[in-house]
Design a protein around this ligand. Structure first.
Ligand SMILES: *[C@@H]1O[C@H](CO)[C@@H](O)[C@H](O)[C@H]1NC(C)=O
Ligand SMILES: *[C@@H]1O[C@H](CO)[C@@H](O)[C@H](O)[C@H]1NC(C)=O
Ligand SMILES: *[C@@H]1O[C@H](CO)[C@@H](O)[C@H](O)[C@H]1NC(C)=O
Length: 502
């Protein structure tokens, strides 16, 4: 070889190096394929179905391209030390309200992490509360499919597990990559009911034990592609029992939550609407990069490319002076009386406020439980917590503002109201909040947000991005929107006393 080089190559050594490199790549590739059984894998670009175009729905092509290019979406090379290991939950909830679905997806991300596996994330299919009309001319529905990275680019959307985590733990992958990397013959199915029995999980097993038993079982399995079928260990029913709180020990400090970041799409929407929230320029986390090409007070009002935005981490400092409210109306007109009649408790993570759970001193102590004033029935009290009228909202806002200032939160100046209320009623509420002694510098609502169609598809999560960023928050204890805001505020380091209920 040396002699060959000496005789023929000196004039063009790079050509030889190139040839050698190409040979190495080809040989490695071929060896890899024979060793691992992987075909040559790659994801092709997403092509939106024609119905999406017919209906004029956003196709999220930029986000799909971002997902396609995630570094974990390529086959391991001959040099990869640890084989990727994945965990798919095809029975995860998919078409109910997004916040119910998302609660489960976050927990499954954490279970996958503990099992030393990459969670498989799917599109959200907007069956309930579709954001746009979705009926084709012949009367069939074509439901909007929203990619995970329209909501979050933290670990649940394939983002990094963060610093200090064993780099051999596979990052979560998209369902599209799972379908390539895990063909049917490589998938091992784990049946929910049988496994619950095998692990001796009964009604007396705590949530924390359930998590550890499942994690241990899935971690020990040598197979790379594991699918949990017949249900999921943290389904809707489980999530709504008080058992859920004991997951917090492990989950509350997990990479799933610590690394949680809103998507670039949500970050862009909040950035463009920032003047509704403050008279100051947006903080660096909400400023398009490279920031030097924009003067912060002179940002363009049309949507910029998503690549200019970094996903907004929940650990970012709060937006100073902002008090954000979640005022749920619409379907709650019938849901609140039902909840009151059923004697329902607060939703999932909002249960941290419950007296019996606070008493354990094991969890963040949310200050406002489902209190029943003297002389009032639980039914009527629950209804008031669920469906506060204008006067009650104004009084509560005043009270919470006073408490917060007592506890050292500097002046609260701006109110943001995340709501699905009708415009007429909302105008009345805003007028009452602006009146006289209240002295709010500005009051904005969901209806004031200017959103592009792709942002509108995730408008509820855009609102949640603001609610999580606020210095102080007042929400509806019965709502899963509020519950998800609360868990993200706590995980992002905001004091429990800054998350309040009506
Ligand atoms: C309606 O049209 C769509 C798209 O062409 C098709 O997939 C669907 O089966 C049709 N439904 C009916 C009821 O014909
Ligand atoms: C479940 O209970 C059986 C019988 O008591 C026992 O043999 C088995 O080891 C238990 N399994 C686990 C995972 O604890
Ligand atoms: C949080 O609120 C409780 C009252 O609910 C109060 O006793 C406590 O001092 C507050 N903690 C802080 C750090 O302000």
């Amino acid at each position: 070889m040396r002699r060959f080089l000496a005789q023929h190559a000196p004039a063009r050594p790079w050509l030889v190096r190139l040839a050698v490199a190409a040979t190495v790549v080809l040989v490695t590739g071929a060896m890899y394929m024979t060793i691992s059984g992987y075909p040559s894998l790659r994801l092709v670009s997403y092509i939106p179905p024609t119905h999406t175009l017919t209906l004029g729905h956003p196709a999220f092509e930029d986000i799909r391209e971002y997902e396609r290019k995630l570094p974990q979406h390529k086959p391991p090379t001959f040099l990869t030390k640890t084989k990727p290991r994945y965990l798919f939950f095809p029975w995860e909830a998919w078409g109910t309200g997004w916040n119910n679905v998302f609660q489960e997806q976050l927990l499954n991300t954490h279970l996958s992490f503990l099992a030393n596996r990459g969670y498989v994330f799917v599109d959200y299919i907007a069956r309930d509360h579709p954001p746009f009309p979705d009926t084709l001319p012949n009367g069939t529905r074509h439901m909007l499919h929203i990619p995970m990275n329209a909501f979050t680019s933290g670990p649940t959307g394939g983002g990094s597990w963060g610093p200090g985590v064993d780099p051999s733990i596979s990052r979560p992958i998209s369902q599209r990559w799972w379908e390539v990397a895990c063909p049917k013959e490589r998938i091992v199915e784990v049946q929910l009911k049988d496994t619950m029995q095998e692990l001796n999980i009964t009604d007396s097993t705590t949530g924390g034990e359930r998590l550890m038993l499942w994690a241990e079982k899935l971690r020990r399995m040598p197979e790379e592609c594991v699918s949990v079928i017949g249900g999921t260990p943290f389904d809707y029913v489980f999530i709504n029992t008080a058992k859920v709180v004991s997951l917090w020990d492990s989950y509350g400090h997990s990479p799933t939550l610590a690394q949680f970041a809103w998507s670039a799409l949500i970050t862009r929407a909040i950035s463009r609407n920032f003047p509704l929230l403050s008279s100051s320029p947006p903080p660096p986390t909400l400023t398009p990069a490279p920031s030097r090409i924009f003067h912060p007070t002179d940002l363009p009002s049309t949507p910029l490319p998503l690549t200019l935005f970094h996903p907004l981490p929940i650990s970012a400092p709060p937006l100073p002076g902002l008090l954000a409210l979640h005022v749920r109306r619409g379907d709650y007109a019938t849901h609140c009386p039902n909840l009151a009649t059923w004697g329902s408790d607060y939703n999932t993570w909002n249960k941290f406020s419950q007296a019996d759970i606070r008493k354990t001193n094991l969890y963040p102590a949310l200050p406002d439980d489902l209190s029943v004033p003297p002389g009032m029935s639980r039914h009527d009290a629950a209804l008031r917590h669920c469906w506060p009228e204008v006067g009650e909202i104004v009084a509560r806002v005043r009270e919470v503002r006073r408490d917060a200032e007592k506890e050292g939160v500097k002046e609260l100046k701006t109110l943001y109201i995340a709501t699905n209320a009708e415009r007429g009623w909302l105008d009345g509420l805003v007028a009452s909040l602006k009146e006289g002694e209240e002295g709010w510098e500005r009051v904005a609502t969901s209806r004031d947000m200017e959103l592009a169609p792709d942002e509108l598809a995730v408008s509820q999560a855009v609102d949640m991005g603001v609610l999580v960023s606020a210095e102080v928050f007042i929400g509806n204890g019965f709502s899963s929107v509020t519950s998800n805001v609360v868990q993200l505020r706590l995980a992002g380091g905001k004091h429990a006393n800054t998350s309040r209920f009506w």
